[in-house]
Design a protein around this ligand. Structure first.
Ligand code: AMP
Ligand code: MN
Ligand code: MN
Ligand code: MN
Length: 298
């Protein structure tokens, strides 16, 4: 249980970060190291949201408890929606249960098959033995992701840097963005609900959708039972934030915020993100299922 309750308003909550990665997926810090950094940065409420796994949560939990930080277990699920790869954050105050158990197992299998397909496609452009190259330097047995292939492309000298790797080969709509193995949006939201959790659409401004199409996505997400959306994800344009806030309010969607922190030394740290817009929104932590995390129990 948290020592401190979260503020009532979205804008007043500044010691919070509900989107971060560890070495359980493509982050650079172990879950324990991440919690220590969060503590150093004076965060009081955090979520661990590794890609398609909760494997880092136990380690994060024991460190968070020691430090007096409120930790919300989560996972960032890869899904497909109308031909686009999207990310849905599942917040899991009651842990992994029900259909989410098989859902997460299916995500691991999907990642394996997807990696074979990504490797096949990158071999076609000259990255021999792509799967082993991507695995190279990855500690442990965690599933690989696109960043590992990006690193392999850089190491092989096929692109100058990670950003070029995504731009040319791995980003949305490029040949390495293999989406056929992911579940549909509604399925993944169903798994999260079945576990007693709360589903939140991650970084809606990053999918290169027109405003109209983003509205359609929000409609579909709300209809599937999605409860909230990341209004703030790292640093973003204030005009876009204001506009997104309006789109959330039109649909009674709750607002969340997170850095999407992956590694130290970049432009992001735990808790670093753009300011809240002036538009009033309802914070995600007003959701009844998150009352204990928010410290809102009487
Ligand atoms: P995956 O989960 O395998 O689909 O990989 C997606 C991950 O790749 C994201 O969560 C980011 O960590 C990373 N990523 C996506 N786009 C870029 C980019 N342009 N540059 C660097 N990393 C990226
Ligand atoms: Mn990532
Ligand atoms: Mn994401
Ligand atoms: Mn993320």
């Amino acid at each position: 249980m948290p020592m401190i309750a979260l503020p009532e308003t979205f804008a007043a909550a500044t010691a919070i970060d509900l989107h971060m990665h560890s070495t359980a997926s493509d982050g650079a810090l172990s879950p324990g190291e991440l919690m220590r950094l969060c503590h150093d940065r004076a965060l009081t409420h955090v979520a661990l949201t590794d890609h398609d796994t909760v494997d880092g949560v136990d380690e994060a939990r024991s460190e968070a408890e020691r430090l007096g930080i409120a930790l919300l277990a989560g996972a960032e699920l890869s899904v497909q929606w109308r031909g686009v790869t999207l990310h849905v954050l599942g917040y899991l105050p009651e842990g992994v249960q029900g259909s989410l158990v098989d859902g997460l197992a299916a995500q691991a299998v999907a990642r394996e098959s997807r990696n074979l397909e990504i490797a096949r496609r990158l071999e076609a452009i000259g990255l021999d033995d792509a799967l082993n190259r991507a695995r190279d330097g990855v500690e442990g047995t965690r599933p690989l992701g696109r960043p590992d292939f990006a690193r392999a492309l850089v190491a092989a000298g096929l692109v100058p840097d990670m950003s070029a790797a995504f731009k040319r080969y791995l980003g949305a709509g490029k040949r390495g963005d293999v989406k056929m193995h992911w579940p549909y949006l509604g399925e993944a939201v169903g798994w999260v609900h079945d576990a007693g959790g709360v589903a939140v659409l991650a970084h809606p401004l990053r999918y290169k959708l027109t405003r109209r199409r983003r509205g359609l996505l929000l409609d579909d997400f709300a209809a599937a039972g999605g409860a909230g959306v990341e209004l703030i994800s790292g640093f973003q344009n204030p005009d876009e934030t204001r506009d997104l806030a309006r789109q959330l309010n039109e649909r009674d969607l709750l607002a969340s915020k997170g850095s999407d922190f992956h590694f130290p030394g970049g432009h992001l740290a735990p808790g670093s993100m753009s300011e809240a817009p002036r538009t009033a929104v309802t914070p995600l932590w007003h959701h009844p299922r998150l009352a204990a995390f928010a410290g809102r129990l009487a």
